[in-house]
Ligand binder design. Structure first.
Ligand SMILES: CC(C)(COP(=O)(O)OP(=O)(O)OC[C@H]1O[C@@H](n2cnc3c(N)ncnc32)[C@H](O)[C@@H]1OP(=O)(O)O)[C@@H](O)C(=O)NCCC(=O)NCCSC(=O)c1cc(O)c2ccccc2c1O
Length: 482
């Protein structure tokens, strides 16, 4: 028989005693072990399955990751899966059953921040090194009267910041639990969105035995997860519960054989990753909102704002609603617009010009609108003059408008108005007025002031043209009625 020293015996006794007072007495015999992975699937060949198929259950290839500080991690391992949107954060203090010290929490916060900001990451796994413990809570050797103190001269309870960070993180966090998840470690898995437990997992609180308690998430979320009676039992009695009991209580999502723990967790990650990240982000905040009070509403509200920012209305809030009353038919705009239009009207001065000018004038007069536009661009590039310089005496200057009158209108026409270039300053206000004048939809109104010359209004009276001119000038547009 091998020699056993007195010290070894004492250590063994101490360990047995430590576990024993958590595990005994069990109120009921352990429940029969269900099959490790249960599925409640109506049909393995339903249309959902045929469309979406099964996700891969292969292993991931992990590469070490760091955050922007580039600082090494000592208490954790931070990795990302090659070619997949999965990050894995592992508490790396196995000789302490992955108990955390303040530095561990600081590193966890850095890694979670990085995974949050990395747009290639969609799901984060939190786990512990080895098979013996996910995390055994705060490092009891470092507890002092003002919290947990390691390299600093003061104590902290910075795990509370980490809990909040995980709750607010806009991506799912999955706790992958093997072995003990006790004390502050059990609370960490509870604030994660999902928990995949190995069949050797053990859950429980020890606070009242070691002079501590978590009256924050550790109490409220536990009560939400397993119900108020069970939460009281867990805290008041400080018993430990195995993985199957935990599953029955609703503390974990699924129990799997230890050797399949990571593969099953990866499968869950991959299933999440094929769904809409924004839908999941909003759902996470919605599921947390009531329990997180104002902070929960703030998170949910922030997500609503983000979704709103993607809409046209948020980009142009000043545009308001489209005009309610449809305009009479003759006023319904025929879309037509111009960045630059030269009003080509004959004048008395033309007759007095030299033959060269008359010929040039005649050539210009016969240009199509497209050619006229090209000519203006050319002149502008060549001579550096603005289009407005070429507008006739009337008043056309950027960002002006002018509408062509009805075809065949007798006089060269006070009933025409054409749009010239609309400056960005006046743009939104101009669009708004145009919509009121024309009943155009937002997009059409925007196209109107940006697009190639097209008709704006047809058959309008002089008074209407003047009124339109007045309204547009009031918002900074410059108009000519020719
Ligand atoms: C987890 C155990 C049941 C495992 O038992 P096992 O027999 O497998 O292993 P050992 O007991 O021999 O442990 C091996 C080795 O690890 C050391 N160790 C284990 N846990 C811790 C720990 N939490 N802190 C420091 N060191 C730990 C252990 O001493 C051994 O070292 P050796 O040198 O002797 O080999 C069992 O280990 C256990 O019950 N651990 C203690 C669990 C515990 O009480 N945790 C603290 C609860 S309080 C808490 O976590 C907490 C943290 C916070 O930050 C809070 C913040 C705000 C409010 C409340 C908080 C809070 O309550």
């Amino acid at each position: 028989m091998a020699d056993v020293s007195g010290k070894d015996l004492r250590t063994a006794e101490r360990r047995i005693a430590r576990i024993a007072h958590h595990l005994l007495p069990l109120a009921t015999p352990p429940p029969p072990r269900p099959l490790p992975i249960q599925r409640s699937v109506a049909s393995a060949n339903d249309s959902y399955r045929r469309v979406h198929g099964e996700v891969s259950t292969r292993e991931a290839t992990w590469i070490p990751a760091c955050d922007e500080s580039g600082k090494e991690y000592t208490d954790i391992i931070y990795e990302k899966a090659v070619g997949e949107g999965i990050a894995k954060i592992t508490i790396n203090r196995p000789d302490r059953r992955n108990a955390f010290r303040p530095n561990t929490i600081k590193e966890l916060i850095r890694a979670f921040n990085d995974a949050r900001d990395d747009s290639t990451i969609g799901v984060i796994i939190l786990t512990g090194k080895g098979n013996k413990a996910f995390c055994s809570g705060g490092d009891q050797a470092l507890r002092s009267s003002d919290g947990y103190a390691d390299f600093e001269s003061f104590g902290r309870l910075n795990v509370l910041d980490l809990q909040v960070q995980i709750r607010r993180l806009p991506k799912p966090v999955i706790a992958m639990v093997a072995g003990y998840a006790v004390g502050g470690g059990q609370i960490l898995h509870m604030v994660c969105d999902l928990t995949i437990a190995a069949d050797n997992a053990v859950f429980g609180q020890t606070g009242p035995k070691v002079g501590s308690f978590d009256a924050g998430y550790g109490s409220s979320i536990m009560s939400r997860l397993i119900g108020p009676k069970k939460a009281r039992e867990m805290w008041f009695l400080c018993r430990f519960y195995d993985a199957y009991e935990a599953e029955k209580m609703g503390l974990v999502n699924i129990v799997v054989p230890l050797e399949r723990l990571e593969l099953e967790t990866l499968k869950w990650c991959r299933e999440i990753l094929r769904n809409s990240p924004m839908a999941i982000r909003v759902l996470k905040s919605a599921l947390n909102a009531v329990d997180d009070g104002h902070a929960g509403l703030q998170e949910l509200g922030g997500n609503a704002t983000l979704v709103f920012y993607g809409t046209e209305e948020a980009m142009h809030p000043a545009l308001g609603l489209p005009p309610f009353r449809p305009l009479p038919k003759h006023q319904v705009p025929l879309p037509l617009f111009s960045r630059r239009i030269i009003p080509l009207t004959p004048s008395a001065a033309t007759a007095a010009a030299s033959p060269k000018i008359v010929e040039l004038g005649s050539l210009i007069a016969n240009l199509t609108l497209e050619e006229a536009r090209s000519l203006l661009d050319h002149l502008q590039d060549r001579l550096g003059v603005s289009v407005a310089t070429f507008s006739p005496a009337a008043a056309a200057v950027a960002p002006g408008t002018a509408t062509d009158a009805a075809a065949g209108a007798p006089a060269a026409s006070e009933e025409k108005t054409e749009f010239d270039d609309v400056s960005s300053n006046a743009r939104i206000a101009t669009i708004k007025v145009i919509r009121a004048l024309t009943n155009l939809a937002l997009k059409e109104a925007k196209d109107l002031i940006e697009g190639f010359p097209k008709k704006f209004k047809e058959g309008v009276s002089k008074e209407e043209a003047k009124e339109a001119k007045k309204q547009l000038e009031e918002v900074g547009a410059k108009i000519s009625i020719v």
